[in-house]
Design a protein around this ligand. Sequence first.
Ligand code: MV4
Length: 593
Amino acid sequence: MPTFTKVLVANRGEIAVRIFRTLRELGIGTVAVYSDADRGRLHMRVADEAYRIGPGPADQSYLRTDIIVETALRAGAEAIHPGYGFLAENAAFARAVEEAGLTWIGPPPAAIELMGSKTEARAAMRAAGVPIIPGSTDPVQTVERVVELGEEIGYPLIIKAAAGGGGKGMELVSEASEAAHAFEAAQRQGLKYFADDTVYVEKYLENPRHVEAQILADAHGTVLFLGERDCTIQRRHQKLIEETPSPAVDAALRARIGEIAVNAARAAYYRSAGTIEGLLTAEGEYFFMEMNTRIQVEHTVTELVTGLDLVREQILVAQGEPLSLRQEDVTLRGHAIECRINAEDVGKDFLPAPGLITAYGEPSGPGVRVDSGIRAGDEISELYDPMIAKLIVHDTNRETARRRMLRALAEFRIEGPPTLLGFHAALLTEPRFIDGDACHGLVESKELAQRAEEMTETFSHWATSVAGSPDGTSTQTRERVVAVEVDGRAFDVRLHTTEPPWAALGRRRRDRSAAGGGAGSGAVVSPMQGTVLKVLVADGDSVAAGQVICVVEAMKMENEITATRGGVVTELGVAPDQGVTIGQLICVVSAVG
Ligand code: MV4
């Protein structure tokens, strides 16, 4: 049985740091790789050795399979852990690792490949008796076939890219007349994002919960079910909050989900940690949706309720060892919640807001865990995911865990870019969340965005009084009311403190972007850097407030740019395939009459 002396982690940020911690506990040497953009960052500092992946564009660094394998050999590592994202679900890379004589800390390449094709996965799961969402298991090649399926299983339908997953390349079909448009859009997105225009069709389930099952499998025939996670609270298919147990799952349903998950893993000849993603309907039906063949961002909540280290189990399994426990030894204790603390602007439709972290202080205390790769002075780069940290709490039940999360959110000090701290505080105090409701539509609501902003104000922390500022920008004073007691009598005292220098920088940036075209001016400006995909209006067209003007692709996402008020389009200055920068004028919507 090989025991590793050194492992390379082909990843960055919090997950690389997370894996290095476990490797250290196991007495295994640690090897980091880093892009030029990540030089000096935490993940390379905590490893025993760190190797630059270069030259080349930094956003591609962690995808350089050849260099990563070479680096592992050069460093004398025996194995590679891919983390999540990047190469984690790349079967060709897993094979290349094994062909180089290294061990792949992950599932068999054939299992990655099977689950990578959503149609093949559905066919295999159906054959294994795993309930799949009604629809096609073969690729759907014509609009006529879509309409036929609509007649068979009823509308609405959803068309998904077979090579997709996680929500990219999905199109809704409410009735037959929409089939052609949706079919072409799903094909186009499949081709663009996954270089594969194969699509399939599912019945569209209304307002389901996203409930996923964690499994662990070894090479000796043991497959464990480690409970479910509820990841219903998402925004543009990005999970924001994950918790376990799911408020919608009782013991009987949990047993059924566990059986489905173990059957799915066995049918795929699975090994390592894996997740069966499923949809749970309001009627209590549970369907397999897809399998993620990697350690996931939200594995942490499962770790807190099981007391296990899932990364350690992955490493032991890769070494050929049996899992450290049996199913009857798995106990699920209490409740855990994870909030993803992203650098995003809730008020701007959750637009990623890369920038310098000028101050950073993590919460701690009972039942609090923070997984992060960030320190004060680090830059949240626009090249990668804008996640700053994962904040995870554990307590005896959901309500105490919720309160613990609110306490921890208030302790978290992050200055520089806008973050989701206030958003999470607003969401966790919503009656619907408190009730364990699925909260469909809540994340997108204006009311919640408003409350998130108020919470952010509450969280705007103790300004250090610093004279002057780095670039000579004049600092302003902040006013806040503080309750004090003098000789046993209470007073409200108005304090005027000088804002820190970075606050002035942030304010100037905000002022600049606001000047780019507020609601009043009728100017439609691009809120992001990207490429124009489509222009849906022409000069002289009448548009209503909220009507889509054009579609801009940025960070592999299609973003609809809408009119901020109704009127007539003038000064239209963009065309398909054209690049646009932040704040660039797209058109002016002139008021009529
Ligand atoms: C669905 C669906 C309804 N019906 N599939 C897929 C990727 C994941 N991010 C969300 N996905 C969905 N797939 C069928 N057949 C609805 C969603 C969905 C969703 C599901 C659960 C909780 C929140 C959601 C938010 C958006 C879309």
